[in-house]
Structures are given as C-alpha cells and as structure tokens.
Write a protein that binds this ligand. Structure first.
Ligand SMILES: Cc1ncc(COP(=O)(O)O)c(C=O)c1O
Length: 382
C-alpha cells in the first residue's frame, strides 16, 4: 500500500495528462503558456476570489505575500507552532520575527484564544510591531477563520491563509484560500491538488497587491505598463524568479477537474471509514467541527501514552502499511530559530502532538478494503 497513491491517480487520468504533456511539448511554450492563465482563471473562480497568481511553490507563495506587505525587521508575525517549516521560515526570511502560538487539541489548527494572548503580550512588551498572522489549514482543515478574522480586525493585523494543505476545504461553503487578505497554496505532488513537481498559487481580492505579486514573481518587472513589450526588462523592484511552468499548469487542469468532480468527495469518504473504524479504541481522532469541510491532506490520529509510536510504525510497515509523523518537532524548537525570540514559546499542546501523532495512508483512490485492513491491524497492534 502507498501512503498517497499518485500512480493510481495517474492510471485513472493517464489519457488527459499525457495529452496535456504532449501539447505543451509540441507548442514549446514552456514558460507562461496559455494553460497558466487558464488555470489561474479556473482556480480564482473556484475559490471565489478576484485574483489567482501561480508561482513556483507554496514556500515562495508565502514569502511573496510577506514581501507584498513589507514584512521585515521589527515585525512580529504570529504562526502556529505545529506546522510545516515554511509557515514560519518565510516571514523570518523577510526579516520578520515569527511568534509561535499553540494549537487546538483536536483540530491541530492555531488556537484563537492563545493567538489573542500572544498578540496582547507582544503589544504590551513593545519590542515588535504586531503585523500579521499566518493561519495554516493543517491536514486539510480550514483554521478557525471566524475567530481569527475577528482578532485580526481587533488588533489591525494582516491575515495570511497558508492553504498549502487546505485547498478544497471550506467553512459553511466559503472556500479555503479565500479567507486571508492574501491566501496561498502548494501544488507539491502529495498535496490535495498536486502537480508533477513544485508549484504554488497566491489568491487575493486586492488589485494593488495582485499587481505587486505579479511583479515580484518575475524579478520585480514593471506591471504598470502591461502593453509595453519591454516592461519585463524594466525592473522596478527586487523580485524572484517564481513562475509555475506551463507543463505543471497543463497537468493541473485535468487534475483540478478530477479533484472537483470526485476526488474531494472520495477522500472525505475514505476519511469517514477511518473515523468509523477507529472510533471505539483509545485513540484521539481528528475533529471536523460543524460547518467545516476538510480536504484531508492527512488523516492524523493521536496515540495513547501506552503505545510506542516507533514500534507501532515498524509493525505496520512490516505488514506493508506506511505511516508518517507530521510533525515531530515544534517550530519554536527548530535549530534554525535557536537563540532568537521565535524560540520562546509556551506550546504544550504542540509538544504533546509532536510526541503522539501518526498520519495514516490516505488518498481518494483507497478502497474500503484498504482502510479496513489498516484499521484492523492498528486495533490488533494496540
Ligand atoms: C503548511 C505548509 N505550508 C507551506 C508549504 C510549502 O509548500 P511547498 O513545498 O510547495 O513549498 C507546505 C508544504 O509542505 C506546507 O505543508
């Protein structure tokens, strides 16, 4: 069994994907081909925002958002302690100081109460300007945006939705990647909507920021004169080389259709088989609260104290069941932040998660038999 079976997905979508690849090869329009614009239009429409700007990966997407807002030295950016490194790496890379905030026991997402406490503390201390929040849709579940947005409004903070894992989720029908002042996602192959390499996208309703983002993505080119053929070589700011290849856009178009048509519903069904199968044993299961819909980037359980995670993983592996630990280290404990104010955090829930979580094999193509097998073996092992 594969942890996330991308080969199975390719088998199903082979004809469309092969045709897409060949058409790009035949056109030789490898950079900024028409498929990129077509994808951006389709994604913006699906998410329900005005602008979608694709870029090279989900990490660049966050960095570019931070640069758009001018995050830099002296700015505090509030980030969940339990996330992938990029969420905090990017604000720090721009010169800001990530302030790590603890997460919710059951949803794994930033705890709004702890967020407000952290914001108040930073404001009271006066060393940093409280500038922005990076909220992460961890494992596919949108963060608690109704609460987070209220806090952002109260303290005048910019909100970035890091939807790298969250594309396809929603809260009462409002789609993930539409909650932030700027929102970002990743098309890393294992993500809910993945391409065949690196890729990312940035979403916003703000016209001015969208122009800036387009400029930063291409070496700070002049976006004010779109009809000037030389504008690309008129560099009005420092930017990056961060574009989504035409090939990746062409692959994403049929994958996006499959994602919307059935994959999202299927992966929800597969997750519900885990929830049903595992509910009667002493595991903590992921919680999707009323009104929330997850795109299930991961199905992540919490093991009881009596279980040795390494031993359980080895047992499962011997039976052909892969499992992963996302994440083993709190952000504030990462060596990259040692000696900085980002290393100072009070995040006991994250610390507990890091010791106890285990992510199980999951994708839209898993069968009931696959999941029954994993569930039975976990039950036996426990
Ligand atoms: C929460 C989160 N943010 C950002 C990223 C970065 O995305 P990418 O790998 O496309 O740079 C990831 C990727 O794993 C992620 O999980």
């Amino acid at each position: 069994m594969q942890f996330r079976d991308l080969q199975k997905q390719y088998e199903v979508l082979k004809d469309e994907i092969n045709a897409a690849l060949m058409s790009v090869a035949a056109s030789a329009n490898f950079i900024s081909g028409p498929q990129v614009k077509e994808l951006e239009r389709a994604l913006a429409e699906y998410v329900g925002v005005k602008h979608c700007i694709t870029c090279a990966n989900g990490t660049d997407a966050i960095t570019i958002a931070m640069r758009t807002w001018g995050v830099g030295k002296g700015d505090a950016v509030f980030v969940p302690d339990f996330t992938f490194f990029s969420s905090g790496e990017c604000p720090a890379d721009e010169g800001g100081t990530p302030i790590y905030v603890d997460v919710d026991q059951r949803t794994y997402n930033i705890d709004p109460m702890k967020l407000e406490e952290a914001v108040k503390k930073i404001i009271a201390e006066g060393k940093y300007k409280a500038k922005a929040v990076v909220a992460v849709d961890l494992f596919g579940l949108p963060a608690d945006y109704p609460e987070i947005k209220a806090i952002c409004k109260k303290y005048d903070l910019l909100l970035l939705e890091d939807g790298a894992q969250g594309f396809g989720g929603n809260i009462n029908g409002k789609k993930a990647c539409s909650f932030g002042d700027i929102s970002t996602t990743s098309f890393f192959p294992a993500k809910p909507l993945g391409c065949y390499g690196d890729g990312g996208a940035i979403f916003t309703d703000n016209d001015e920021w969208a122009d800036l983002i387009r400029s930063i993505c291409v070496h700070g080119k002049d976006t004010c004169n779109p009809n000037d053929p030389n504008a690309k070589y008129n560099n009005v700011r420092l930017g990056k080389n961060s574009r989504l290849d035409t090939l990746q856009a062409a692959i994403l178009l049929p994958k996006f259709k499959a994602f919307v048509d059935y994959e999202l519903a299927e992966v929800n069904k597969v997750a519900s088989w885990y929830t049903e199968g595992l509910k009667d044993i002493d595991l903590v299961l992921p919680e999707v609260r009323k009104g929330f819909y997850s795109s299930w980037a991961q199905y992540t359980i919490q093991l009881p104290d009596r279980v040795n995670r390494k031993e359980l993983q080895a047992k499962l592996k011997a039976l052909g069941i892969p499992s992963m630990v996302y994440y083993a280290k709190p952000m504030h404990c990462q060596s990259a932040f040692a000696g900085t104010d980002s290393a100072i955090a009070d995040c006991p829930v994250t610390e507990q998660h890091c010791a106890k979580v285990l992510s199980l094999p999951l994708d839209p193509y898993k069968t009931k038999r696959d999941i029954d097998f994993v569930v039975d073996e976990i039950k036996k092992a426990l």
